[in-house]
Design a protein around this ligand. Sequence first.
Ligand SMILES: [Zn+2]
Length: 492
Amino acid sequence: MLAAGDESEVRAAAGRSAEVVDLEGAAVIPGLYDAHIHTANYARALSEVDLRGVRSLEAALARISEHASRLEPGAWLSGGRWNSNTWERPVQPDRYALDSVCPDRPVALPSVDGHTTWANSLALRMTGIDRGTPDPVGGQIVKDADGEPTGILRESAAYPLRDLMTSGDLSAMLRVAQEELLALGLTSVHDIDGEDCRAAYLELRAAGELKLRVHKAIPRDHLEAAIAEGRRTGQGDDWFRTGPVKLFSDGALGSHTCHMSEPFAGTPGNAGIAVTPYPELVRLIGAASAAGIAVATHAIGDLANHLVINAYEAAGSRAVLRHRIEHAQHLRPADIKRMAGLGVVASMQPVHCTSDLDLVSSLLGERDLASYAWRAMLDSGVALAFGSDAPVEHPNPFAALHAAVTRTRPDGRPPGGWQPEQRLSFGEALRAHTFGSAYAAGEERRKGALAEGMLADFLALDTDPFAEPSDALLRTKVLTTVVGGEIRWARS
Ligand SMILES: [Zn+2]
């Protein structure tokens, strides 16, 4: 960014040949930065059509046709989960119906129970299934009165199709997903998915098609290989950098597997699971740190968080590397100051709080816990980075900002917010979703603010969230997304 300031300063810095874009009074904020997102899983979910809840063949075809319009030409259309028993007219669908909306891309859609697959003519041709193909062992190729396959494949008859479909092109899916993320106002992400996702992003980058900046985590299974090849956190450039290694210390609240000091209410004897035993956690943190790789450890339960903080301490933290805790949902209050002292970043997802609050009340009840304690974290000096954990939650960062400032759900429940003393101001929440995520990646000199010398990543919005009441965040639309000084997405 060359300059930021009032019009005369900026004009002077830009020179006469600069193009002037009049935003007609739209609010401008720094590009939003998701510090925890599974973009490969999100891209895969986006690429699939979901036919649950559809009530007729016509409605199913309309949804399929709409979905196909967003895919690359020739790409497989997958997803499904249809249930023709619940359609108004429970007909068995056939390939001709699919051909009518998707004649030139292969389509294969498993039913909701997964035992029947509905395919179009092209998909059948690609698997070599025709009128002469006999039923395989344990399966049936449904045929009409003339002996032609109808496109319905039962049980093992669908296996050849599924084998073909799994080889979906992840970089093509990410190309579609990045458009969605740019439209939501995200200009940078910390991706938590696997090595295939890394390879796909590098492919996009090499082709000059990467429009979103990526900080790419290393899966635990790949740590040794990453160390052996000399990979280090921060390596790369402003478009693609190596991130931290992702470890797991426990599970999740909904599955009763997060690691708690005391058993869950109603299940005596179950206090969750230590997914990585403590000595192993210390060893992994030590090995990664020695190799210059930061560590991001998933911890939800209070005991999990306590042990991860102990492990960072034991491994000799307060180093140059920014170790972090992913989720940091339920902490012993005294551990927050320890996190601050060790310089451990809290990477948190505000929408998890509003989604889970009933679960928290029923399973954790009245305990002395700091839950989703954003206010306490900031006040104690913990660096706070915000994200979505998509596709677990929707990636819309404005939903996260709304949850952070209200601690209520979009429907207004509970009135006044859950544990409202932990709410943030809009400015604090925005800072966690921009500068905080940049800080977690060691990029705070390049990203997270509108200032001279920073990357020119910013958004124009249809509402000014500093001026409007917090509910306006639920309706805020991005008008333009600029990454690296170029308009990468604009509302049409
Ligand atoms: Zn996650």
